[in-house]
Design a protein around this ligand. Structure first.
Ligand code: SF4
Ligand code: SF4
Length: 210
């Protein structure tokens, strides 16, 4: 019937208007920026680099493998690998990014960099207040601006971060067990080699006959 849709729409508006005085979920707007709705766990904007502990350099998970740089569709990631190495989260010496830039004015938030990273080093942020008057330098984020702690990651994506923490802890335990087994095997082999190389015990002197 002609006008039925308009009446339904007006009824919905009236329901929300009256309901907003008694039900919080009928409040369809908030007074931004004084008020903010909590971001959803699945929300995503631009990537950031995760680090463990308190030191962004020491704890940075990125090993500068450059897979994300190659796979990024609009090619907005730029990485330069370090010449030296630092221990990664399992203690293995790894390269790290000397330079890691993302041009967020070009990034299309596709999350492909996150999907391809083998080290759980890059994740999607929910931060959206990034307006800037400098379209070039102001939106080209370097590794210091991109580095955010694992605590921050846990705060914005709790379920996802818990799963990642579990995976990394299992990998670390496996690596530690392997190192321990290698050390034990080496010690055993060294002991066996020492035993073989040792001169045979002297023969007892013959008993003199009369
Ligand atoms: S989210 Fe997509 S476009 Fe943005 S840096 Fe990652 S791969 Fe590139
Ligand atoms: S973020 Fe991940 S995929 Fe990209 S360079 Fe670092 S370790 Fe490699």
């Amino acid at each position: 019937m002609l006008g039925e849709g308009i009446i339904k729409g007006l009824a919905e508006t009236a329901r929300n208007f009256v309901g907003s005085y008694v039900e919080a979920d009928r409040l369809t707007t908030v007074q931004y920026p004084e008020e903010r709705l909590p971001t959803k766990e699945a929300a995503r904007n631009f990537p950031f680099l995760v680090f463990d502990g308190n030191d962004a350099h020491a704890g940075m998970r990125c090993v500068a493998c450059q897979i994300c740089e190659k796979e990024c569709p609009p090619q907005c990631i730029y990485i330069e690998k370090s010449k030296d190495k630092k221990p990664d989260y399992v203690g293995k010496p790894q390269f790290y990014p000397k330079i890691f830039d993302i041009d967020v004015s070009v990034c299309m938030s596709c999350q492909i960099c996150v999907e391809v990273c083998p080290f759980e080093a890059i994740k999607m942020d929910t931060e959206f207040e990034l307006s800037n008057t400098d379209r070039f330098a102001g939106l080209l984020f370097d590794k210091h601006q991109l580095a955010k702690s694992n605590e921050y990651y846990r705060k914005i994506h709790p379920a996802e971060a818990a799963a990642v923490d579990g995976r990394l802890a299992a990998e670390k335990a496996k690596a530690e067990a392997k190192t321990k087994a290698d050390v034990e095997a080496k010690a055993k082999a060294a002991a066996a080699a020492a035993k073989t190389a040792a001169p045979p015990p002297p023969k007892p002197a013959p008993i003199p006959t009369t």
